[in-house]
Design a protein around this ligand. Structure first.
Ligand code: CO
Length: 171
């Protein structure tokens, strides 16, 4: 595993649409491992491949409930809403107030190409939306109702996290 170089705000890559992953091979496994290591090193809770310069639809998340890997994820269903502060490893030191759904169900493939569904609430729902946005060149400041000012204590996020992973029949 290796720490990858990060892509930061201002780099046009961050605004590009990532391509579908089609090869479930050792290269994808290495990318996911490296993304996870890079995220943990920077104390992040999520990272999209574009943030390490790879325009592929792959995401890693760990909100404290274990590692989640999502390849070619799409959001199937959302419900409720939550308002809280959000940041991004590609925009260090910046935080904004962002409204997100309170529950999100995603369909994705794992590193072997197996399809599954996952439902997250609270912080996990927020992370799922944030990371999947990255795959379409969307950054949290696009959704922020306002930015948190220096010295301001940001409103606490919902720490409630639940994840339900459900394997579905692959196509
Ligand atoms: Co981000």
């Amino acid at each position: 595993m290796a720490i990858r170089n990060m892509v930061y705000e201002g780099d046009p890559l961050l605004r590009k649409t990532s391509r579908e992953v089609t090869a479930f091979d050792g290269k994808l496994a290495t990318l996911l491992d490296d993304m996870f290591e890079t995220m943990v090193q920077q104390s992040g809770v999520g990272l999209a491949a574009v943030q390490v310069g790879i325009l592929r639809r792959a995401v890693v998340i760990d909100v404290g409930e274990g590692k989640i890997e999502l390849v070619n994820p799409t959001i199937l269903k959302t419900s409720g809403s939550q308002v809280g502060s959000e940041g991004c490893l590609s925009l260090p030191g910046q935080f904004g107030i962002v409204e997100r759904p309170d529950a999100v169900t995603v369909r994705a493939q794992d590193r072997n190409g197996e399809w599954f569904e996952l439902t997250g609430t609270g912080l996990l729902a927020r992370a799922l939306c944030h990371e999947i946005d990255h795959l379409d060149g969307i950054v949290f400041i696009d959704h922020a109702t306002r930015m948190v000012q220096p010295g301001e204590t940001p409103p606490p996020n919902k720490r409630r996290v639940t994840a339900h992973v459900k394997k579905v029949k692959s196509e």
